[in-house]
Design a protein around this ligand. Structure first.
Ligand code: BJW
Ligand code: ZN
Length: 240
């Protein structure tokens, strides 16, 4: 029944925007932020993801990132990431992701906008040094050549999203005719406004999440299941 209504919708679809969050990588073995996975050594992940926490205790925040880097670099994209990458063969796809894990790109997706940065990237807290580093830092916090502390090049609470990427994300959301929102609680702004831009273009909104979210009532279709279960089924309909 659910999949019948998607079948009717996909006939005229030209561009699909995906809005993804931590839940899409949960089945790859990466914990989510809220709910069961949201505690790291008894620290609330939400309290660690702030610039204040970083300056208060850079070593602690770097330990958190070091562990996550190690985990993220060792895991693989799951059936959900792979299905989205596969979908590019049949329709124009853009991914607006809050994730910093790079798994969409690893799965082969070509148009991925990283709204909250990337865990591979680091930058200096003082000078304009930036780099991409795949290895574990043995000394933390790592230092820049200029002597100041390096930080992960990600977006923490109270910080702005990379301006050009965010502008591009709004354009993409405003131009899609279907938006699939998978694995995000939609509690963090401004990423949670993207479905509103899509709705203004009369896009059909599908939410894939085992739980209800604060924006479930705004959706055209809700599928309460995991993304690795659902996405391959949706993509298979484009092949028929
Ligand atoms: C599955 C599943 C499966 C599970 N399949 N689904 C008051 C003071 C200051 C700021 C604010 C304020 N009020 C509002 C703000 C703005 C703030 C905000 O939104 N706060 C709210 C929390 C209240 N936003 C910001 O500050 C943003 N910047 C900004 O607004 O700039 C303007 C500004 C400047 C100055 C001052 C004020 C404003 C920046 C937000 C940056 C968020 N950063 C993080 C960390 C990134 C780096 C890192 O990863 O380490 O981004 S926090 C964290 O939350 C991370 C995520 O991308 C983001 C969203 O989480 P997500 O992905 O939705 O994960 P979960 O865990 O919440 O949900 C997972 C979902 O998956 C659940 O629903 C599960 O059910 C589901 N699921 N398994 C499918 N198998
Ligand atoms: Zn520096």
């Amino acid at each position: 029944m659910i999949f019948e209504s998607i079948k009717n919708q996909i006939k005229d679809v030209k561009k699909i925007a995906f809005v993804t969050g931590a839940g899409i990588s949960q089945e790859s073995g990466i914990p989510t932020f809220r709910g069961k996975g949201g505690l790291w050594r008894n620290h609330d992940a939400m309290k660690l993801a702030t610039i204040d926490a970083f300056y208060e205790n850079p070593k602690l925040v770097w330990e958190w990132y070091n562990e996550r880097r190690e985990n993220i670099f060792s895991v693989s994209p799951n059936q959900g990431h792979k299905a989205i990458a596969d979908l590019e063969k049949y329709v124009k796809v853009v991914i607006l992701t809050q994730n910093i894990d790079g798994l969409h790109q690893k799965a082969g997706s070509s148009e991925v906008l990283e709204l909250h940065g990337s865990i591979v990237k680091i930058k200096c807290t003082v000078c304009d040094f930036k780099d991409e580093i795949m290895t574990k830092f043995s000394e933390i916090p790592p230092l820049c050549k200029c002597g100041n502390i390096l930080r992960p090049d990600v977006v923490w609470f109270g910080e702005s999203l990379p301006e050009e990427i965010w502008k591009h994300a709004i354009v993409q959301a405003s131009q899609c005719d279907m938006m699939i929102i998978a694995g995000t609680s939609l509690v963090v702004s401004p990423a949670n406004t993207l479905p509103i831009y899509a709705k203004q273009n009369n896009a059909y909104l599908i939410e894939i999440n085992p739980e209800k979210t604060e924006m479930s009532s705004e959706m055209d279709l809700i599928i309460n299941d995991t993304s690795a279960n659902v996405l391959p089924k949706i993509v298979s309909m484009f092949k028929e």
